[in-house]
Design a protein around this ligand. Sequence first.
Ligand SMILES: CC(C)(COP(=O)(O)OP(=O)(O)OC[C@H]1O[C@@H](n2cnc3c(N)ncnc32)[C@H](O)[C@@H]1OP(=O)(O)O)[C@@H](O)C(=O)NCCC(=O)NCCS
Length: 174
Amino acid sequence: MRCCDCDDEEPVTTISASQWQKLAACLQQEPMILGYRNTAENLAELYRQGLTSGIVDGQGITAFVAFWPTDRAEFLEFGSIWVKPELRGHGLGHRVFSNLMLHQPPGKTVFAITKNPKVVHLMLAAGWQEATAQTWEEHVPWEVTCGPCDVPGDRHACACKGQRDQCGLYYKLG
Ligand SMILES: CC(C)(COP(=O)(O)OP(=O)(O)OC[C@H]1O[C@@H](n2cnc3c(N)ncnc32)[C@H](O)[C@@H]1OP(=O)(O)O)[C@@H](O)C(=O)NCCC(=O)NCCS
């Protein structure tokens, strides 16, 4: 992970398969996190590519966030932000978010689709822009933001065009 143990900030280089499996199981239980893509294999691959930030302690991964590649190389989706339930509300979400943003790849626009108030707060405080249904496609193409999604019945055929109450688009240009 890029940001790791709270005490020394030393990068963790080895995360076991069972730690990824535990994290994947936690992420998949969260109703506001896209479930289908959060497999242990995908998470480990994002880590390998340097697209994650997290905190690891003796009990495993306690906080995590990732940039997910999209079909268009110039756009990355900020997602899977998660803090172990009993540790929430103490700034760990802020830490992993800020650390990941230090490593926004040059020239790449990052975006998130969420209405989570804590996450929205973090993004706006960090200078992200909020899109409306009218401006949704101005900076991030529709096909990039609304590919497979857990919300509609047919994950590949969402026609809601940003009108759903639970979807808000936030972005930061690269
Ligand atoms: C979202 C989540 C990662 C936040 O982690 P956390 O450790 O509790 O977050 P923090 O304590 O760092 O708080 C983040 C910010 O939200 C702010 N905040 C807290 N409650 C808030 C609220 N109701 N409205 C707006 N902002 C709020 C905090 O003040 C903090 O901002 P600051 O650092 O500028 O003071 C965590 O709640 C979680 O894992 N949720 C379940 C998974 C999930 O739903 N993820 C989001 C998917 S989009």
